[in-house]
Design a protein around this ligand. Structure first.
Ligand SMILES: Cc1ncc(C[n+]2csc(CCOP(=O)(O)OP(=O)(O)O)c2C)c(N)n1
Length: 721
């Protein structure tokens, strides 16, 4: 080396050897999550074009931030960084990717922002409701994102290779609609139908709109879904699309946002950009941090994000910030003003969620219009079409179940076996868990398919949102598992998943008192109630290992939210491996012409019902036993037919609270039917620790309780006769 010549960064040599990968145009192997990192994690490898770019530069230009300065001369080599991460952060940060837009473009972006303001005001005033001030703070952000930064096909908003956008502050929907009108996908006239019954432009984004992947409006959920999309882009699709998510500062008080921040930071989702629209105000009060953008920055950095503070009304600063790709997720903390551009309203409290009265709107529109210099519209750049073609239709198990009747299996374990098997049928089947994989048995999937397992850690709300994000645009078939009871804390995410028309599959293990000693905090006793209330949900409650395997296969091919309820105790296999199962088709497991009562049980109580039948038979009392297989939809026809054949007597028995469980589902199915009586055995109050059998007895849902209830039912009608 010539004396005095700057040496090459040692890491850049290593990086060159690392091959292609990195931010865009990723072609190298995905980093298997949880696997030993390669010599340099894929996230830190530069893309091929970047490498070419680097090698074309004079060596001293290669390290953008370590150029010799008097204050901090470079150490040995051009770079003083001692770890690949630090080198990647400095030497490889592609600041050179940022090309300052020319004045004409900058002005066009400003003009676009003002047109978006005008459209949002017009739409909300026409609707007589909506959130124009929340739109106006984000006008420059949306303009730069959609007309400078993002790459997408306007006429094909769901193209798999398009960059994604999630409007987490969903109440600012009018500005999203205005963007799509500005781009030419919607008509200006559509905007004036905002919030009308016959318009797809609802008050908050919904996937009825081709440009909306996930419904938002329940604040705090967009970033989790965006993380799922980014994870999918980086590790499953290995494509170059990027994911952008706009959040309000008020919604940053939601814990779910920080679950997502931790997830993105941990997995180094360098294809994810969150934009905080820090407009200082919430709905009824200022947001707690008001304009203290530096505190947001510290918080983001603490979560492993690269955080940039910008003036959110400066298109130039925004262009520059969006141009800064890093090897970690990026947060753009945009200081803005609520109602920006609306004189008398800007930065004022009490204007949240209020449309401008017509006269005022006209005046304000004139004022904003005066600022527009050019009517010419900008077009977005096209994406690199590198997302792979994916087929997730008609996924069939590679082989039938292979259980033996009478063998004892817990349905939770059968779930893991089934999912691992399904993973061999289709490489788009993925599994997620919240640090309970050795309890739910999703670890069996991880063992077979480590690169398709996402550990979400103990953040169930985020896990559901991640699953929703992964499943958007039909990129994956997602199965997320945890204890049934812990899904209750994610009910809002599940509810929003249904509004998002998501096809996620959720498996809740450890249902009911039958888990035993761990006690009530671990027992799922409200989960059926919760999932039954979800529109279009399918609720599976398999009775044995064979039924569980069938449930997993069916769920993978079923639209809407699927919930599979599994149990901890081991119970005998009762179905043959070739038994056919269908949604909404119950199984009559035990039947004779002398049956006097129909008993409906599921999971562990199905087995208690079969034991009760055995005992009653010795006393010449015969019962019919039904396994509903799905609690929603419930097989009303089979239940009614069999109830009628047993003098109208039904007993339901379930390991769940009375409210919203199987008993109530059956009552709803038979209501109004003459001559039918339903006696419901269920958990009546908060349980405690104990042995599984002790608890089933204590709560009157075991074999003895069923025997007793049958005898009462039979004798009651005898008395009546
Ligand atoms: C989970 C949730 N809680 C409350 C609301 C009601 N809400 C709608 S907008 C809003 C204020 C949002 O403030 P911010 O996030 O700062 O957005 P801005 O409108 O200021 O951009 C509230 C409380 C909601 N939609 N979701």
């Amino acid at each position: 080396m010539a004396p005095g010549a700057p040496a090459r960064c040692p890491w850049s040599r290593l990086l060159s050897a690392g091959g292609a990968g990195g931010l865009r145009g990723r072609t190298g192997p995905a980093s298997p999550v949880g696997a030993e990192p390669p010599s340099l994690p894929p996230a830190l490898r530069p893309s091929l074009p970047r490498l070419l770019f680097l090698s074309a530069l004079p060596s001293e230009a290669r390290c953008s931030r370590s150029s010799p300065s008097a204050a901090a001369p470079p150490g040995p080599g051009c770079c003083r960084h001692t770890t690949p991460a630090a080198a990647a952060d400095c030497c490889l940060a592609p600041m050179e990717d940022y090309h300052k837009p020319d004045q004409q473009t900058l002005q066009a972006l400003k003009d676009t922002a003002n047109r978006l303001r005008i459209s949002s005001i017009k739409a909300t005033t026409a609707a007589g409701s909506g959130h124009p001030t929340s739109c106006c703070s984000a006008a420059e952000i949306m303009s730069v994102l959609f007309f400078h930064t993002m790459k997408y096909k306007v006429q094909d908003p769901r193209n798999a290779s398009n960059d994604r956008f999630v409007l987490s502050k969903g109440h600012a929907a009018p500005i999203l609609y205005s963007v799509w009108a500005e781009a030419g996908f919607l008509q200006e006239t559509d905007l004036l139908n905002l919030r009308k019954i016959d318009s797809v432009l609802e008050g908050h984004p919904v996937p009825r709109q081709a440009f909306t992947d996930v419904a938002t409006g329940s604040l705090g959920q967009g970033l989790g879904a965006a993380c799922g999309m980014a994870y999918t882009g980086k590790f499953f699709d290995r494509a170059s699309y990027r994911v952008y998510c706009l959040l309000g500062d008020g919604e940053l008080s939601e814990g779910s946002v920080w679950e997502a921040m931790a997830f993105a930071g941990f997995y180094k989702l360098d294809n994810l950009v969150a934009i905080f629209d820090v407009n200082r105000l919430g709905q009824s009060d200022p947001a707690p941090l008001q304009h203290h953008v530096e505190i947001y920055q510290k918080r983001c950095e603490a979560f492993g994000w690269h955080a940039i503070i910008v003036d959110g009304h400066s298109v130039e600063e925004l262009c520059k910030a969006f141009g800064q790709a890093k090897h970690q997720p990026t947060a753009i903390i945009a200081k803005t003003f609520k109602g920006k551009g609306i004189s008398g309203v800007e930065d004022k409290e009490s204007w949240h969620g209020k449309p401008l009265p017509k006269n005022m709107a006209e005046q304000v529109i004139l004022e904003i219009d005066e600022k527009i210099q050019n009517k010419k519209k900008l077009s977005p750049a096209l994406p690199e079409e590198d997302a792979p073609v994916v087929n997730i239709r008609n996924i069939k198990m590679p082989s039938p179940p292979s259980y033996k009747v009478g063998e004892k299996w817990a349905t939770r374990k059968a779930y893991g076996v089934a999912l691992a098997k399904l993973g061999h049928a289709n490489d788009r089947v993925i599994a997620l868990d919240g640090d309970t994989k050795n309890s739910t048995f999703s670890e069996l999937f991880k063992k077979d398919h480590p690169s398709r397992y996402i550990e979400c850690y103990i953040a169930e709300q985020n896990m559901v949102s991640i699953a929703v994000g992964c499943a958007t645009r039909d990129r994956t078939v997602a199965f997320a598992s945890t204890f049934a009871t812990f899904f209750t804390r994610a009910f809002d995410q599940i509810r929003m998943a249904a509004i998002s028309e998501s096809n996620i599959n959720l498996c809740g293990s450890h249902c009911g008192v039958s888990i035993g000693e761990d006690g009530p905090s671990q027992m799922g006793l409200e989960d059926l109630s919760m999932f039954r209330a979800v529109p279009n949900a399918t609720v599976f409650y398999p009775g044995d290992a064979v039924a569980t395997e069938k449930a997993v296969e069916i769920a993978a091919n079923t639209k809407g939210i699927c919930f599979i309820r599994t149990s901890r105790p081991e119970n005998p296999v009762i179905y043959n491996n070739n038994e056919d199962f269908h949604i909404g088709q119950a199984k009559v497991v035990l039947k004779s012409k002398d049956d006097q009562v129909t008993v409906i049980g599921a999971g562990v109580t199905l087995h208690e019902a079969l034991s009760a039948a055995e005992q009653l038979r010795k006393e010449k009392i015969f019962i019919r036993v039904i396994d509903p297989f799905t609690i929603k939809p419930l097989d009303k026809k089979t239940i009614l037919e069999n109830a009628r054949a047993t003098k109208g007597r039904i007993i339901t028995v379930e390991d769940h609270y009375h409210e919203g469980g199987i008993g109530e589902a059956v009552c709803a199915a038979v209501v109004g039917e003459p001559g039918i009586t339903v006696n419901r055995l269920a958990v009546s109050h908060v349980p405690r620790s104990g042995k599984s059998a002790e608890l089933l007895k204590m709560f009157g849902i075991d074999k003895d309780a069923i025997v007793q209830a049958v005898k009462v039912a039979v004798s009651k009608s005898r008395n009546a006769e």
